[in-house]
Design a protein around this ligand. Structure first.
Ligand SMILES: Cc1cc2nc3c(=O)[nH]c(=O)nc-3n(C[C@H](O)[C@H](O)[C@H](O)COP(=O)(O)OP(=O)(O)OC[C@H]3O[C@@H](n4cnc5c(N)ncnc54)[C@H](O)[C@@H]3O)c2cc1C
Length: 396
């Protein structure tokens, strides 16, 4: 079993060279996850100088390397569907070539499964919304489902089917953006814990870390959940809370199917990788206190609950062994979609947070629009439903 899907495989990438460290750039990005790395890459392509400040010792150690790799358009909220569709049409197909690394992007479709009439109602509603926005997704019955994936339980009676959905390798993609951004001159500084923002002459320009101050004409905040306390330092509050998700990987199985699977109730999702292992993600039955004490490793109860859900849909996997499992934290935004936005009362600040557990698949598109916002260009993708303004007038 190789370690390619393991969070800890994100090798240390500390660019800190104190003698040559720059402290000013056109754009300072906070957070070295996939959103920060992708934004840095697209900005560097536009010729901007960029500094990325990352709190931990490595790049991509957060959700960006711990996720299930789903690149899905189906089942998305209609406010973020344009990002998902744009990415699948214009960015993912050529990403490996563009980044010079195989991001293992496969477009084998997504089956979202239902076992009851209630499940089918949920799937039909999601499908209708997506079709209205131009996505090719449809409801299919038992026979068609089994033609696509013969290994499912007889209890599955219907599914939504989106043939252009797929999956990719999170670690390869995150580090791919990082490496190309570095080649284009972006300075990544690890072990820079951002503490607060500062306004200078009416604009957000300065970023205060444990190691001093950095200055940019624009500041992009992409620090996941921790974006909240950072933006609060200048009176901007994005309502997010932590939710814990677990992921597991099995031993290698003979080739069975390559679609991405999900369920109407979102009990689990997953796919078989090219290496033969299955990667599955799910929620956790444990509360946040129990998960906090679990550090990086999924408690056995959580893995057992996810496995129970998986086997009830895929009994063919009953002999597969779980070889590893891990926990990730998501930045769950109150209305379940990201905040990708300038801020009226804090000019110079650009928010790229609240990805709410589905930010990997849209990351290339998110990086594209955040780079456009930081260059004062009109976004090339419709993000009108994702502005900070929807929260701006609430009392803090
Ligand atoms: C288990 C799991 C499964 C998932 N499955 C999927 C999926 O299948 N498909 C999908 O689309 N999405 C999925 N997601 C969601 C996806 O992983 C995230 O939405 C995405 O990675 C968010 O990227 P990010 O860069 O915003 O966050 P992160 O990867 O968390 O990066 C934020 C970075 O900011 C840094 N940081 C935090 N505070 C500070 C600070 N004060 N100063 C400096 N740096 C700071 C962190 O160290 C971190 O590196 C999943 C998430 C999890 C946890």
């Amino acid at each position: 079993m190789t370690g390619w899907w393991q969070p800890s495989a994100a090798r240390p990438q500390n660019d800190k060279k104190r003698d040559t460290m720059k402290r000013t750039a056109d754009v300072v990005i906070i957070g070295g996850g996939i959103i920060g790395c992708a934004t840095a890459y697209y900005l560097a392509k536009k010729g901007k100088s960029v500094i990325v400040l990352e709190k931990s010792k490595v790049i991509g150690y957060g959700g960006s390397s711990r996720n299930g790799g789903g690149v899905r358009q189906s089942g998305r909220d209609k406010r973020e569907l344009p990002l998902a569709m744009y990415g699948v049409k214009h960015l993912w197909p050529t990403l490996s070539e563009e980044l010079g690394v195989d991001v293992e992007y496969y477009q084998h479709g997504n089956l979202r499964l239902g076992k009851t009439d209630e499940h089918l109602d949920i799937l039909t509603g999601l499908t209708a919304t997506a079709v209205e926005q131009g996505l090719n997704v449809q409801m299919i019955g038992s026979e068609e489902i089994r033609e696509l994936c013969p290994h499912l339980s007889d209890e599955v009676i219907g599914a939504s089917w989106c043939p252009s959905d797929g999956h990719a390798n999170p670690l390869q993609t995150t580090l791919g953006f990082y490496n190309r951004a570095r080649q284009l001159g972006v300075q990544f500084l690890t072990e820079q814990h951002v503490l607060s923002l500062k306004m200078v002459a009416g604009e957000i320009r300065n970023v205060v870390t444990n190691d001093g101050e950095f200055e940019g004409d624009k500041v992009v905040l992409a620090a996941g959940l921790e974006s909240r306390p950072i933006s609060q330092s200048v009176g901007v509050d994005v309502p997010m809370k932590p939710i814990f998700l677990d992921t597991l990987i099995t031993d290698a199985q003979p080739p069975m199917f390559y679609q991405m699977l999900g369920t109407a109730m979102a009990d689990f999702y997953g796919h078989q990788t090219t290496h033969g292992s299955f990667v599955f993600g799910g929620g956790t039955p444990l509360d946040s206190n129990q998960m906090r004490s679990a550090a990086d490793h999924t408690p056995i109860e959580a893995t057992a609950a996810t496995c129970e859900g998986i086997l009830s849909y895929l009994p063919a996997l009953k002999h597969a062994k779980v070889v590893r499992s891990w926990v990730g934290i998501i930045d769950w935004c109150e209305d379940k979609v990201p905040v990708l936005s300038k801020v009226e009362d804090a000019p110079g600040l650009i928010l790229g947070c609240g990805l709410s557990g589905h930010g990997f698949g849209i990351a290339p598109a998110v990086g594209t629009v955040l780079a456009e916002l930081a260059c004062d260009e009109a976004p090339s993708i419709d993000i009108s439903g994702l502005g900070y303004q929807r929260f701006a007038n609430r009392a803090q």
